[in-house]
Design a binder for this molecule. Structure first.
Ligand code: 5GP
Ligand code: ZN
Length: 112
């Protein structure tokens, strides 16, 4: 998608601090970290949010979770939180599906 920040980051058109990449997804550190470790995992394919996941794109989403398990293992993170905000009221500010991975501090529940 032309005017999407995360499509541009995944394509390398906007710089980011890469954590991992493959053909289907890209992972990079959040510019405004909310925990000692905070990175985002995104599909390269433009999907607006988790509400737009269907049979045509769910394999890519499953792959993102495989990648989350792999990266967190490699980083030695035994406890972490995966968050995806859907819609403005839930706090979504970038409308390209992304999974926040947060670790390195105590987490509260429920999230605010
Ligand atoms: P959301 O608010 O949609 O759940 O999450 C979007 C996230 O993207 C935020 O945590 C925000 O800090 C991060 N973000 C926004 N713009 C950039 C950017 O240009 N580079 C990086 N690395 N992260 C960004
Ligand atoms: Zn996009």
């Amino acid at each position: 998608m032309m005017d999407c920040l995360f499509c541009k980051i995944a394509a390398g058109e906007i710089p980011s601090k890469k954590v991992y990449e493959d053909d289907l997804c890209y992972a990079f550190y959040d510019i405004d970290p909310q925990a000692p470790t905070h990175f985002l995992v995104i599909p390269r394919q433009h999907i607006e949010s988790a509400a737009a996941v269907d049979a045509s794109n769910s394999a890519v989403v499953a792959h993102c979770f495989e990648v989350i398990a792999k990266i967190t293992k490699e980083l030695g993170l035994e406890s972490f939180r995966v968050v995806s905000n859907i819609g403005e009221q839930a706090g979504q500010s970038v409308f390209h599906l992304h999974f926040h991975v947060l670790a390195g501090r105590d987490m509260t529940w429920p999230p605010g």
